[in-house]
Design a protein around this ligand. Sequence first.
Ligand SMILES: [Zn+2]
Length: 206
Amino acid sequence: MHEQSAADPTLAPPVGEPTEFDLPSLEQSDAAGVETALARNRAFAAAAGHEGVTVFPTLGLLVIGCLDPRVDPAHILGLNPGEAMVVRNRGGRVTPEVIDNLAFVGQLAENAVPEGPLFEVAVIHHTQCGAAALADDDFRRAYARTINADESTLREYAVLDPAATVANDVERLRSAEALSPRITVSGHVYDVATGLVETVIPVRRA
Ligand SMILES: [Zn+2]
């Protein structure tokens, strides 16, 4: 048994304010592991959850989000199988790899859909994001050495103010030459205290 967090949601900073990330102690985690997940998979298949699902996302949506387990787009956006593509990384940041992935999907979509909109991209950053750790000099330097990366680039991927970083990443996508102008982009912040997503940068229609 573990207790529910008694955090007062009214203490959460409003969207756009810097947020702190606290790593809870591991005794709070329910470390059941892959066996639990595999058992759930068998139930999913037995209930025919995979049947009739097509490869083109039926909502015409691609979500970019953080790998934090609290912010899985399937859950917070109620996405069913086949409805949306999802790219997740630390912070939900638009890195060169993310742009490469979107260009790949865009090229596939252009082959299937010769004209008109291809798909929408929703970038979602969130409060209390662990990517705030990249603003910590000691953490970032050690991590940069571990992955042999440029430290100053990593600093740019910190998420302290999700409304600001999501706006930055929407602009990064809109100005990416590798991406088709037939892909529309919007930016949002998910508040882990309220469970609500707020749009920061709306879709810009041509
Ligand atoms: Zn995060």
